[in-house]
Design a protein around this ligand. Sequence first.
Ligand SMILES: *Cc1c(COP(=O)(O)O)cnc(C)c1O
Length: 415
Amino acid sequence: MVWHGFTQMATYAGNCPVIVDRAEGHYLIDVEGRRYLDAISSLWVNTLGHRVAELDQAIIDQLGRVAHSTMLGNGNTVVIELAEALAPLVPVTDPHFLFAADGAAAVEQAVKLAFQYWVNRGTPRSTYLAFGQAYHGDTVGSLSVGAGGFGTDLFDPLRFPVLRAPGFTADPELAAACALIEAHKRELAAVIVEPLVQGAGGVQTAPARSFHRLGKACRDNDVLLIADEVATGFGRTGSLFASEQCDLWPDLLCLGKGITGGYLPMSATVATGQVFDAFLGAPERTFFHGHSYGGNALAAAVALRHLQLLDEWKVLDNVAARATQLADLLERRIVGDPAVTAIRQRGLMCGVELATPHADSRWGSRVAQACTRRGVLIRPLGEVVVLMPPLTVTDDEIRLIVDVLQEAIAEVSRP
Ligand SMILES: *Cc1c(COP(=O)(O)O)cnc(C)c1O
């Protein structure tokens, strides 16, 4: 039997789970033949929809060459081609790519790289600064820099301690974080931040200029900056990477989710030439870390084709148009609803926060279920309804999402 993550299995069957059998474009089709608009992009990974002929073909072509060969000590053509294609696009100076399979592993690599960077420089440091409401993944290292929540507080004894700055909502200028960097500059190995939008923390946002200031504080105090763009990368917030909007140039960049368009597990930690150079020399300067499937050739092939399609199809233009349309519709139809306290949006990353009357009314999951019953697949974050459609979502689909959301909120809040 399948055991589902973040899911109480005792009540799983009673919650009418959607069992996906196949997909067509932006729609998932369940075993009963019911169709659902994938408005969470299969938990934020999908970008161009499902069964994209060009992406399917890229995998088929790569199958004719090789599915996987290890990147530990040896190379692979398509992985090199992917790194070369990504290099001019990532907001990292002289980028070097360390591939893994999950976002959490990309963060884990970044945390360990930052640690060893200082060891290799002969001035060990082991403190990290992370933000309130941050989410960086579920391995023990990424959980440690994350802020907890979702029931994960029980793992606190396993977490290593970090310096915790306030969340974006408590301190939108990120001034407290900048002050902490200044005060702890000699202990801090790195600062880790989700640029522009904290995703799993409830789609929290802060102004772009705040991140630019944060980057400057890191540079001025000689502290490494890790940008976790696992959620925001590959067009989600309107630019290819959110760091571009923030004029942020991290030392380490974490990529995942949308990197393969939602097809295959792949992630990457991108390091500057300066970080990379600190690992050159004697054998003990080597980065002793690696994942069996890091740099999988099938994943690299689909990631490479996906990158070309983002450009060929002018996907960012669609993100801009649909994001504006979504904002307008939400403004006209949802803002002012007494059941809604806030709407936060950057590009096609949007959170609608509900004014749930008390903790056990569970409006978030009930609204999500009401949407799903109406054919729009939604998964909430607590009391925040997350709208995260594919980047190629159409005008009609945005209308459908807002229509269904409005009905679902009414059904749950005014029964
Ligand atoms: C989803 C996410 C992760 C973890 O990625 P996984 O592939 O689920 O391990 C890390 N950081 C951010 C910002 C994320 O949204």
